[in-house]
Design a protein around this ligand. Structure first.
Ligand code: 4FM
Length: 250
């Protein structure tokens, strides 16, 4: 998958050389091409921004500079995304959808923004990673690249994206590893039992319980089986009962 990033700060993207995304780049499963918008300045002082018409604070990225940067990487089937707090909220569904594209061009804004005319001309979709304002679109672009790349074939060692309960709208069950006893706290017995059907049932119950207790809003959107709904009813009753000392509530 091809990512082209239009940015004034290409150095920020060094973090993508580490860990899973770094390996995906080495294996050429993804390619991340960083385009410094400043290279397309028309000016001997490499100026890329100017004061806003109508007045006001800050500076605005000039449209011709951004347009030339875009023209240097555009392709027939590229989708152009503008990272901005005004965008559609990024979620797991959108991430999976974007992973089916072969070419994404990510436009990172700074200062007070980018001249609206070039946004209207080149941008297919405005994307936000959340309701807060950052100093630039670089961190959001990296969030998008990381989350989308997980869906590219071969990037994850064991493609956990399919079984991820988050993909279907639930939170993940808790994980445990050695030692069996840590600070007097034992790993739940069922996980040591080798009884795979019971382990799956326990994990499903944990996912439902954790989602109910931490993010009940997620349960409104997820479609649950009749058995899931029965388990949820049990969990709600359990939640009303004070825990007896020494009794694990799993
Ligand atoms: C801030 C871009 C102001 C443009 C930024 C303007 C952001 C976000 C973000 C920086 N991007 N989700 N939140 N970008 O804050 O995606 Cl005008």
């Amino acid at each position: 998958m091809q990512f082209d990033v239009l940015t004034l700060f290409p150095g920020m993207f060094e973090v993508l050389n580490e860990s899973i995304i770094g390996r995906a780049k080495e294996k050429e499963l993804i390619n991340i091409n960083l385009i410094n918008i400043r290279d397309f300045s028309k000016d001997k002082h490499k100026k890329v921004d100017d004061t806003p018409y109508g007045g006001g604070a800050g500076m605005v990225l000039m449209p011709d500079v951004v347009y030339d940067a875009y023209n240097s990487v555009k392709s027939e089937n590229a989708k152009v995304l503008y990272m901005s707090p005004q965008g559609k909220k990024l979620n797991q569904k959108k991430i999976e959808e974007l992973s089916k594209e072969e070419h994404l061009i990510l436009l990172c804004g700074h200062y007070e923004g980018i001249d609206q005319r070039v946004i209207d001309k080149i941008v297919d979709e405005e994307i936000s990673i959340g309701d807060y304002v950052l100093t630039g679109g670089e961190l959001p672009a990296m969030v998008l690249i990381d989350s989308v790349s997980r869906y590219v074939g071969g990037v994850l060692k064991d493609d956990s994206t399919k079984e991820e309960s988050f993909s279907e709208g639930l939170l993940e069950y808790p994980q445990y590893t050695r030692p069996e006893v840590f600070e007097n706290i034992k790993v739940p017995d069922v996980l040591l039992s080798g009884h795979h059907k019971n382990i799956d049932k326990w994990r499903r119950r944990q996912s439902l319980k954790i989602t109910l207790n931490k993010r009940p809003d997620l349960l409104d959107k997820v479609d649950l089986s009749d058995e899931d709904n029965e388990i949820l009813k049990e969990i709600k009753i359990e939640n009303e009962v004070p825990n007896k000392v020494g009794t694990a509530q799993n």
